[in-house]
Design a protein around this ligand. Structure first.
Ligand code: PEP
Ligand code: MN
Length: 332
């Protein structure tokens, strides 16, 4: 971190700042120039509040030279992290497709879809039991019952299950879930992230609707700081001024996240586009851009789905998408 101190800084205030900085366990190197005094902070500055320093009267400018995230940073962990979910690896060249309905609706629905997506190339099953809905009057998910049905589908197909946690108080209910999803709306639920940091389970961390990539990485840092290194990042589209799609898929998130972090990055083309016919092109673009996997919504009867029918693929459409994704993977 580099601090530029104003030319006319009061020496007592400058001494006070120096003492405070040294108490933060960083080395301070001073360079006196004709017009300014520059302080170079060396050491772990991740805990130093930049805004607090820049608010001081004697400080002209503060800049970070290293990112505030450490454990998820590729600089300190150059090799790709590979996450093993019941033998299915994600990251480091291992690509996985997670598929299933937006929400679990019945035993027949989840088991039928699970068998269909497995047959067509998905190794992991998704399905929401606790659903974050904009309207309190919309279907809220089958909750505990939904989790039981997912476990039933896992028993029938052998597919590991991925499902979203919405509240800290539900954590015990997720004991048999293979990947716990933190949805876009909870990306900055820091108490939840801290608790998941104490778990050993893989966490699928989705990017918030209006969050920067640095904020996503800082949320991952919360989980890893607690001791859980099993994190999969997910780009799922962000809110922009564009209204033709539900969200705007940020393709650049894939190379940027992979450059900055060693964690695997997957893409959700379903929530990005919000329209079934857009899933294929977005999935292909994500694959070509280097994603480590995809999470795709599939429903056996999209027209009657209780949640996100318009963006859900039929099993046949899903099979076509998988074929094209595999063709892109061969090329790249
Ligand atoms: C979901 O995966 O069903 C979901 C609600 O996703 P997101 O949090 O990305 O909106
Ligand atoms: Mn959905």
């Amino acid at each position: 971190m580099i601090l530029t101190v104003k030319k006319d800084a009061n020496p007592t205030q400058l001494d006070g700042l120096m003492e405070w900085l040294k108490a933060q366990n960083v080395e301070v190197h001073i360079s006196e120039g004709t017009y300014n005094c520059v302080l170079g902070l060396v050491g772990d500055t991740s805990h130093i509040d930049m805004d607090l320093i820049s608010g001081l009267n004697i400080v002209e400018n503060v800049q970070r030279v290293s990112e505030p995230f450490k454990n998820v940073n590729r600089k300190f962990h150059p090799a790709d992290t590979i996450i093993d979910v019941c033998g299915h690896k994600i990251g480091g060249g291992n690509f996985q497709i997670i598929a299933g309905p937006c929400s679990v609706e019945s035993e027949e629905q989840i088991c039928t879809i699970a068998k269909d997506v497995k047959k067509n190339g998905a190794n992991l099953l998704r399905g929401g039991a606790f659903k974050p809905r904009t309207s309190p009057y919309a279907f809220q998910g089958m909750r505990n019952e939904g989790l039981k049905l997912l476990l039933e589908a896992k028993k029938e197909t052998g597919m590991p299950i991925v499902t979203e946690i919405m509240d800290l108080s539900h954590i015990d209910l997720f004991a048999d879930v293979d990947i716990i999803q933190v949805g876009a709306r909870n990306m900055q639920n820091f108490e939840l992230l801290k608790e998941l940091g104490h778990s050993k389970k893989p966490i699928l961390l989705k990017r918030g609707l209006a969050n920067t990539l640095q904020e996503l990485l800082m949320s991952a840092e919360y989980i890893i700081a607690g001791g859980n290194e099993n994190i999969i990042l997910c780009e799922r589209g962000i809110r922009t001024f564009e209204t033709a799609t539900r969200n705007t898929l940020d393709i650049s998130a894939i190379p940027v996240l992979k450059e900055k972090s060693h964690l695997p990055v997957i893409v959700d083309p379903s929530h990005s586009g919000g329209i079934a016919r857009l899933v294929r092109p977005l999935a292909l673009a994500a694959t070509a851009a280097g994603a480590d996997g995809l999470i795709i919504e599939v429903h056996n009867d999209p027209a009657h789905a209780l949640c996100d029918g318009p963006q859900s693929l039929t099993p046949d459409e899903f099979a076509e998408v998988v074929k094209s994704v595999n063709a892109v993977r061969e090329v790249i």
